[in-house]
Design a protein around this ligand. Structure first.
Ligand SMILES: [Zn+2]
Length: 117
């Protein structure tokens, strides 16, 4: 599963390679990567008035989330395995709104950490 997520993340053409896995009752519902595209629902405007034009991996799968789902967010590096993938404040608040039950992410050491929602 993580191998597929990594393949997806590494082929996204960006310098950061993130993937998010949405799970429901232990089954994988959706795998998403960070992309240059933005979903209208998650449009964000920065303080200087410009609109964000990228979508985080978490956002990519949150569209398919149901309350009680679990989310895993991971960041891949070319040579080693995992790196820091802690969801940003915006994604975290969207996860709360979507009713996500549990979120895990990879930290700098490549270990899994749980996000408090
Ligand atoms: Zn984010």
């Amino acid at each position: 599963m993580y191998y597929r997520a990594k393949e997806l993340a590494m082929s996204n053409g960006r310098s950061y390679h993130l993937a998010a896995i949405l799970r429901r009752n232990g089954r994988v519902v959706r795998v998403g990567e960070n992309t240059c595209k933005t979903h209208p629902r998650f449009k964000r405007q920065y303080a200087d008035g410009t609109w964000g034009s990228h979508m985080h991996a978490e956002m990519n799968v949150l569209r398919f989330a149901l309350p009680g789902d679990e989310l895993e967010v991971m960041r891949f590096k070319k040579c080693s395995t995992f790196s820091m993938a802690k969801p940003c404040a915006l994604c975290t608040s969207e996860m709360r709104k979507a009713g996500i039950k549990r979120v895990r992410y990879t930290n700098w050491d490549g270990d899994w950490e749980e996000l408090s929602l």
